[in-house]
Ligand binder design. Structure first.
Ligand SMILES: [Zn+2]
Length: 463
C-alpha cells in the first residue's frame, strides 16, 4: 500500500463525513416488507442519487421497477477493462418489537464504538463502505483498474421480486464481468468470511381442511377427522426423528456431496458445536446425522416447519374440532437442487399422505422462491478478494458455504454468467432483522479499506 497511499489517506481523513452520511441514509425508514413506506423509500432513492454524485460517480439515476426503485451510477474510465458491479440494498426489515429497541431504530447514533439503528449492518453500512472505497479512488484521481457500475436495490428484503425484470430491461446498463456484494457477516472480528455459495429457498403453506365449519368436539370428536391431527401426522412424516433426514422421496437426488478435501477445509474453520450453542442458547445442537455443524450450515439442505396455526389458541379452555389447520414449510436447498423440482416432490409426497377424510392444498407465494447458487472459489475475482482481506484486515478469510439465501446471486449468474463476490463486514451479533441493530464503526471503515485493497489487488489476478 505504501507506494499508493492516496485512497487510504483520503478514507482516513473523511471518516466523520462517511459516518454522518450513513446516519443520514439510516434516517429513512425504508421498510419494504409492509407496503406502508413507499414515500420514505422513494425519498431514500433520491437521496442516494445525490449522494452517488457527491461521491464522484457519474450517470447516477433512479431505475424504476414495478415495485420499489433501484439506484444506479457508473465510473467507466478504462475502456476495454472489465466492469465490476457494486451491489447493495437500501431497503430494511421492519423495526417491530418496539419495546425491545433501547435506541429508536430510525434515529441512528454512533455510541460505544457502534453505529446503532435499523439498516446499520443490513445493508446500508456494508454497501456504503464499498462505495466509500471506490469514491476514495475517484476523489484522489487514482486510476481504477476496472470500470465500476453501482446497483443499489430497494426490494432485497422482499426477495428481490423485480430484480430479474430489471436485469433484463436494463441489461446493457447493468451488464458486468463480476459483482461484489457485501451483505453478510464475519465469523468474528478476527475471521473474515467470503461466501462461495448461498442456499436456495423454497417456501410453501400447507392447509388441511376437514368439516365445513368448526364442530363441537364432544358431539363430533372421534367421528369426523380432525385437520390438526392429520396435519401433525403429515408433518411428522417429512423427517426422520433420529437421523433428521428429510423423507421426501428424491429430496437428496441432486445434492452434490462434498469431497473429503472440501470437508476437511470446512471443518478446519472455527465453526464448532460450542460456538453454535453459545450463539443460540440451545441446550444441545441437532441436525442431519453424518455431518458436522460446519458442513450442515451451508452444504446440506434442510426442511423446517416455521409456523403452525389451527383451532382455538386463546386463553383458557374451548374445545372445538377445527375446520382447518395450516403449516408453513421452509426448505433451504443447496447447489444443483431446483426449487421447482423439490416443491413438486413435496407436493406429490404430501398429497399421497393425505387421507380421504380431508382435503389438502399447498399454496406457494409467487416470486418467493430463491435458487441456490455456487461460485468457483478458484475465480480470480475471489482470489483478489481473499488477498484484499490480508491487506485490509491482516487476516486470511475463510471461504465458506452460506446458510442463507440471496436471490440476487442466482439472478446475476443466470443473466450475465458472472461470479458474485461476497465479502462481509458485519458481525453475528449485529442484530440483523432483530431489535437494536448495529454495526461496529471500525469494521464499517475497514470495509471501505477492503474495497480499496480489492481494487488494488485485482490487476494481479485479472492480468
Ligand atoms: Zn441484506
Amino acid at each position: 500500500m505504501a507506494d499508493d497511499p492516496g485512497p487510504l489517506t483520503y478514507l482516513a481523513s473523511t471518516r466523520a463525513r462517511a459516518e454522518s452520511s450513513l446516519l443520514e441514509l439510516m434516517r429513512f425508514p425504508t421498510v419494504s416488507t409492509d407496503g406502508a413506506h413507499g414515500e420514505d423509500i422513494r425519498n431514500a432513492a433520491e437521496w442516494l442519487v445525490a449522494h452517488l454524485q457527491h461521491l464522484g460517480f457519474e450517470s447516477a439515476a433512479i431505475l424504476e421497477t414495478e415495485g420499489y426503485p433501484a439506484v444506479t451510477a457508473t465510473w467507466h474510465k478504462v475502456p476495454g477493462r472489465p466492469v465490476l458491479l457494486v451491489y447493495g440494498h437500501y431497503d430494511v426489515q421492519p423495526a417491530d418489537n418496539e419495546k425491545e429497541w433501547i435506541l429508536p431504530p430510525f434515529a441512528p447514533v454512533v455510541e460505544d464504538g457502534f453505529i446503532w439503528g435499523r439498516g446499520a449492518s443490513d445493508d446500508k453500512g456494508q454497501f456504503m463502505a464499498l462505495l466509500n472505497g471506490v469514491s476514495a479512488y475517484i476523489q484522489t484521481g487514482t486510476p481504477l483498474p476496472v470500470n465500476v457500475t453501482v446497483l443499489i436495490e430497494g426490494e432485497e428484503e422482499i426477495n428481490s421480486v423485480h430484480l430479474s425484470d430489471l436485469l433484463e430491461s436494463e441489461a446493457e446498463r447493468l451488464s458486468c464481468d463480476a459483482v461484489v456484494a457485501a451483505d453478510s457477516l464475519m465469523l468474528d472480528r478476527n475471521h473474515p468470511v467470503i461466501l462461495i455459495s448461498v442456499r436456495g429457498h423454497a417456501f410453501v403453506e400447507l392447509t388441511v381442511t376437514g368439516p365445513q365449519t368448526d364442530l363441537h368436539s364432544g358431539t363430533f370428536g372421534g367421528s369426523v377427522d380432525n385437520p390438526i391431527n392429520v396435519l401433525a401426522r403429515m408433518l411428522a412424516a417429512l423427517q426422520d426423528g433420529t437421523t433428521r433426514k428429510v423423507l421426501i422421496p428424491g429430496f437428496y437426488d441432486d445434492v452434490i456431496e462434498l469431497d473429503q478435501a472440501e470437508r476437511d477445509r470446512i471443518n478446519s474453520s472455527p465453526i464448532t458445536d460450542e460456538l453454535g450453542i453459545a450463539l443460540t442458547g440451545a441446550p444441545e445442537l441437532a441436525g442431519e446425522s453424518g455431518y458436522t455443524l460446519a458442513e450442515r450450515v451451508g452444504s446440506r439442505p434442510t426442511l423446517d416447519i416455521v409456523g403452525i396455526t389451527g383451532g382455538y389458541t386463546g386463553a383458557g379452555k374451548k374445545s372445538v374440532l377445527p375446520s382447518t389447520a395450516h403449516a408453513k414449510i421452509s426448505m433451504r436447498l443447496v447447489p444443483q437442487q431446483s426449487v421447482e423440482d423439490v416443491m413438486e416432490k413435496l407436493r406429490r409426497f404430501l398429497l399421497a399422505l393425505a387421507p380421504s377424510t380431508v382435503s389438502v392444498a399447498l399454496t406457494e407465494q409467487a416470486g418467493f422462491g430463491s435458487p441456490p447458487a455456487a461460485m468457483d472459489p478458484a475465480s480470480p475475482w475471489i482470489g483478489a478478494a481473499s488477498l484484499a482481506y490480508e491487506v485490509s484486515h491482516g487476516e486470511t478469510p475463510l471461504l465458506l458455504h452460506g446458510g442463507g439465501s440471496e436471490p440476487m446471486v442466482g439472478l446475476f449468474q443466470g443473466r450475465f454468467g458472472v461470479p458474485v463476490v461476497m465479502p462481509g463486514f458485519g458481525l453475528p451479533d449485529d442484530g440483523n432483522h432483530a431489535p437494536n441493530e448495529r454495526m461496529d464503526v471500525e469494521l464499517f471503515h475497514k470495509g471501505a479499506e477492503w474495497m480499496v485493497a480489492y481494487l488494488e489487488t485485482l490487476p494481479q489476478f485479472l492480468g
